[in-house]
Design a binder for this molecule. Sequence first.
Ligand code: FES
Length: 231
Amino acid sequence: MAKILENIKVSDKIYKLVIEGKFHGEMGQFFMIRGWDDYPLLSRPLSIHDKNNESITFLYRVEGFGTNKLTQLRKGDNIKLEGPYGNGYPTVKGRIAIVGGGIGIAPLLYTAKNLKNTVKELDIYLGFTEKEYLTDEFGKYGNNLYVSVGDFITGKLEVDKYDYVFTCGPEIMMRKIVEMAKGKNVKTYVSIEKHMACGVGACLVCSCKTKNGMSRVCKDGPVYLGEDVFY
Ligand code: FES
């Protein structure tokens, strides 16, 4: 059990949840979050948006009963979180682009913060459907920040400028990036979103087809080499 420090709306249907405490976790990993007792039955998987020695932050979009229930929690309320789970983004060196679309920007802030001091160049690309949000936060970490609203962010991306592209967002966007990188000297890593139940590899609810066979996103992912998922 941990205490909520803040649960605020940052844009339409998008909320930021800050929880007190020092938590482990690497860029791209997630926690199973539960702010209720019995119903809904399942916890919600939320990736680490940010963290420091005093708190951990998650970003979520209201999509159904569970996430709607999350929005009702207030400062001082208790919340249960289990994790960190899954395999996140690798630690790399070189020139890197981070590309997020919509709520897919969630795991990328902590990723940018971590990479900022180790990579040679870090450019950040963020795409939104209607309105941008949290772009200032990302601006602190990138050498360059590119933002698109209502248009495909991939139109601004020149993959050959980078050694790696880390992405999270709509499947169509990630697939496009993997295609753009094909045959070029750039490695892509994608973070896959699936419904989850157990979060630890036991129920197979989160199964996803990869080049190497079926895979459990919660345990084997959520981050995969792009070419293994979009092949
Ligand atoms: Fe149960 Fe992934 S959520 S195996």
